[in-house]
Design a protein around this ligand. Structure first.
Ligand code: SF4
Ligand code: SF4
Length: 295
């Protein structure tokens, strides 16, 4: 699987404002997500646990789903949610604050929702191939190729973003799909206390989830036991507290970028050097890992 990722970041950035007709949507499939984030990276339980245990619990966020036609569903505050055994199902992904980025060959930085770990200056991943690098990212777009499904690389090419996918062969030894039946408690979770979610679901739907809202799902994911609906309550409570109290460089950068951001897709004010200086202040000098540069 050969890719030309340099200057692309199409799978790390919500580039819909740049080319809405070419971009895809996370709202495809039989279970539309409740939120409108683009290219959410679903994490495994162990990946969520690592972020939480490392004090980075403020980078994760839940995604819930509308039920498909034959799904079990549960109603919370008038919102129908896909459920198992009356428990809403969810995945956990990485947050995407607006950042000043120039992906898929654009010249000037624009405010686009971007993965918390994307370096806006180099358009490289700050955790690439490190111990926190998510499996979803490490194998992308292998599963799409194995399923003969469209990839983000195809969409970027369709938007005039050059040749990105340089061969069509999926890599050998791909891990299991994240959403198969084996996924419950490993990448797809069921929230064990639906009665506690009154108010939370509306905030998630409106893109206004609080730190506590996000933390309760991180806790439930970490406390889950793969292959079952069982949840270890003590581990869940402990992880929820750690996630809620996290105050990492990444969480602070998310807040700072969100406060500074212009409108979705708007050009960024100021010279490129000024933007790069701000990236250094808010991310690199605050503790963000550096990126290696392109070979
Ligand atoms: S969309 Fe494809 S080419 Fe672009 S950064 Fe992602 S994997 Fe690389
Ligand atoms: S973790 Fe890295 S590769 Fe994955 S979406 Fe974020 S920036 Fe992109």
């Amino acid at each position: 699987m050969k890719l030309d990722c340099e200057g692309c970041a199409g799978c790390c950035v919500d580039w819909r404002p740049l080319a809405p007709e070419a971009a895809g949507s996370d709202r495809t499939g039989s279970r539309p997500p409740l939120d409108d984030r683009y290219d959410l990276v679903p994490l495994t339980r162990d990946e969520v646990a690592r972020f939480v245990d490392d004090g980075l619990g403020d980078v994760v966020t839940p995604r819930l789903f509308e039920p498909a036609e034959r799904d079990d569903a549960v109603d919370i505050d008038g919102v129908d949610l896909a459920a198992v055994d009356d428990r809403p199902v969810f995945v956990v992904g990485l947050r995407k604050p607006p950042k000043p980025v120039a992906p898929i060959g654009t010249d000037e930085p624009r405010w686009l929702d971007s993965c918390v770990f994307l370096d806006p200056t180099t358009l490289q991943c700050r955790i690439h191939e490190g111990e926190r690098y998510p499996r979803t990212c490490a194998t992308y777009p292998g599963h799409n190729l194995a399923l003969d499904a469209e990839t983000e690389c195809d969409r970027v090419e369709a938007a005039g973003g050059g040749d990105r996918l340089l061969d069509d062969d999926p890599p050998e030894g791909l891990p299991p799909f994240s959403f198969g039946p084996q996924a419950l408690g490993a990448t797809v979770f069921a929230y064990p206390e639906p009665d506690e979610l009154s108010g939370v679901i509306r905030r998630i739907q409106d893109g206004e989830a609080s730190a506590d809202d996000r933390a309760r799902f991180a806790g439930a994911a970490v406390g889950s036991r793969p292959g079952s609906l069982a949840v270890t309550r003590e581990r869940m409570a402990e992880a929820r507290t750690s996630a809620r109290d996290a105050d990492s460089w990444a969480g602070r950068a998310i807040r700072a970028w969100t406060e500074r951001a212009g409108g979705d897709g708007e050009a960024v004010d100021g010279a490129r050097e000024t933007v790069e200086q701000t990236v250094r202040e808010l991310e690199d000098d605050a503790g963000a890992p550096g990126t290696p540069g392109w070979e």
